[in-house]
Design a protein around this ligand. Structure first.
Ligand code: CIZ
Length: 386
């Protein structure tokens, strides 16, 4: 357990003790110190505390498909960035605890200006998003007058503010096809997703040379070996994969993470080779226990996603750290390309969560942010700890 997490364990006792009868009984169950020799019971205890605090805070926990399994277990929703952005828009919760990386929380904060969006660790960023800066987009546009800039959702809000359309790996094709055919397209920052969209749509697309380090380590030679050993396995590949340009023709399917989740559920195959960040294997195995999932590379892990831990999730709920906000003048501009994406994508595809209505994305800019009201005991406990 890390030092911060340890502190979170102690802090939790203070707050649960100060709360309801239900919270006090959990405190008694914990024997008052939060330390357990057995890792499983330690996790179970953390999960219990998180559930209690989540209720007291009126919070919702959103977890990306790449998050550690323990975090997926405490989340109300697990999904891709688009699905989670939709969940953020639809929730009544006062607090959105976003377990993923920074740009995802920024998107939720922009779409939900009247909610408090917090993250367990502010350092959980995105190496791919860091490969393009707003000034670089401005200069690129000057070199290509009339070019339409499409950004992958894996970009900072300040970069999105310079772009015309946003897309995810789930809706990239729909977004590109919605742009008038005579337009030159500048795609940032992922070279591989951009190459894939260029091949699929046949459009005139200039590519920025960014890449995701977690997907870049996936080695085609290793995939070939796995395919020899498991000839019946389906090979599913994410379009961010660095070997995409070589493997595009041999992949059975090139899919976003939610696309993969849907496919493995519906497919008649029993074994799958999965080429994306390995956090998703937990969800695949949990939801499809009768099927076998093999990582295309044991090394395909995102060190930013790994920064989030259960201890930090608990600490976030206690202290309401760390809030993610976007300056209004940036948010206003960034939302133009996000809302265009939502509109195209909502028309093109059924919602990822069909039980709910499509979110109303227009008109929020006229709303004033509402202050969030807390129960006094929660507020007092949080103030003591921060
Ligand atoms: O859009 C996302 O959540 C990412 C980064 C990948 C995917 O395919 O879901």
């Amino acid at each position: 357990m890390d030092t911060n997490g340890d502190q979170a364990g102690h802090h939790a006792e203070g707050v649960v003790g100060a709360g309801s009868a239900e919270t006090r009984s959990v405190s008694a169950h914990a024997n008052g110190n939060g330390h357990h020799a057995n890792g499983n019971s330690h996790h179970a205890l953390l999960k219990e505390k998180i559930a209690i605090l989540k209720r007291e805070r009126e919070a919702v926990i959103l977890a990306h498909n790449y998050q550690d399994g323990a975090i997926q277990d405490v989340a109300d929703f697990t999904g891709d960035s688009l699905g989670l952005a939709r969940q953020a828009q639809q929730t009544d919760a006062k607090v959105i605890l976003f377990c993923g990386v920074h740009f995802m929380a920024e998107t939720a904060a922009m779409l939900c200006p009247d909610r408090k969006v917090i993250v367990p660790d502010l350092a959980a960023g995105c190496s791919l998003a860091d490969m393009i800066m707003p000034g670089q987009v401005r200069r690129w546009k000057q070199e290509h007058p009339g070019g339409v800039v499409v950004c992958y959702i894996n970009t900072a809000a300040a970069v999105k503010a310079e772009c015309d359309y946003c897309c995810t790996s789930a809706n990239g094709e729909d977004i590109i096809n919605a742009i008038p055919a005579d337009k030159e397209i500048l795609f940032v920052p992922d070279y591989y997703l951009g190459s894939y969209l260029k091949a699929k749509t046949g459009r005139n697309i200039e590519l920025w040379k960014g890449y995701c380090p977690a997907h870049a380590v996936i080695d085609p030679a290793h995939i070939e070996k796995l395919q020899e050993i498991y000839p019946d396995a389906e090979f599913l590949m994410h379009p961010e994969c660095g070997c995409l340009t070589k493997q595009m023709d041999v992949a059975d399917k090139i899919l976003s993470t939610d696309g993969m989740m849907k496919h493995v559920k519906e497919s008649k195959s029993s074994t799958f080779i999965i080429a994306t960040e390995n956090g998703i294997l937990y969800r695949m195995r949990k939801e499809n226990p009768e099927k076998t999932f093999l990582p295309a590379s044991e090394q395909a892990t995102c060190h930013h996603m790994e920064r989030n831990t259960l201890e930090k999730v608990l600490r976030s709920l206690l202290t309401l750290q760390y809030p993610v906000t976007v300056e209004p003048q940036i948010a206003r501009r960034a939302l133009v390309c996000i809302e265009r994406m939502m509109e195209i994508s909502n028309k093109a595809k059924p919602l990822a969560f069909p039980a709910q209505e499509a979110p109303v994305v227009y008109g929020w800019l006229d709303k004033d942010p509402q202050p969030v009201q807390w129960g006094d005991h929660v507020l007092a406990a949080a103030n003591d700890l921060s």
